[in-house]
Design a protein. Sequence first.
Length: 250
Amino acid sequence: MVARQVLATDPGVLADLATVRLGTAFFRRALNLVPNDEFDAPTLLPGWNRRHIVAHVGYNARAIARLVSWAATGEENPMYASPQARADEIEQGATLRPEALRSLCEHSAIDLDVRWRDLPDTNWSATVVTAQGRHVPASETLWMRCREVWLHAVDLDVGMHISDIPEEVLTRLLSDVVTAWQKRDQFHDLALCVETGPEHLQFGDVNADTVVSGRLPAVLEWATGRTPDAAQAALTWGSGGSPQAAPRWL
């Protein structure tokens, strides 16, 4: 039997598809490191244990698959009925046995990948609506899933680190965070100076009240509320500044 090929030919779509597939494998490796009797352990996300993370990642794949179905058929198929429905789904999913949670993650990821594989070129530009009400092209679903699998693999706290994530993913994540802050007017007195290899990225005015500087992984850990002591120590806070919590991201 001849294997079915990805129908998309756009280089940007193909590049994002490769990155999200790599991230899915990264999450799978992290989940495989979690023993069944340690699913109740805390994670890097306050208030969520490993059951919550795994349930969320599994149901997120199903939700994004609904958007891909929307793009494929033209029939409206929102991610969730409501924010409360999403929250309830995660809480209920967190009560499943570890084997069921593993199966949920694996099968939902495979189903989503197949839907992406079979989406024709012309449908990647179809408009869908995210859970936050943003109208985006279907190609955006690749990035929506990408950030979930890469970050939540780290959140499981089994030895994966922010620094293990590809630099281009980290840079795009940090840009997303800054955009969210700007929309809520939380970035007018804050700036980031980020070291990425020999390069430096700057977000905001370096004359701001607070200037956070450091390597890209450490800055992103801080910006997303995932700041272990080592990352906190790796940051500098401008002239006379002192460590503080980042504004809320999501």
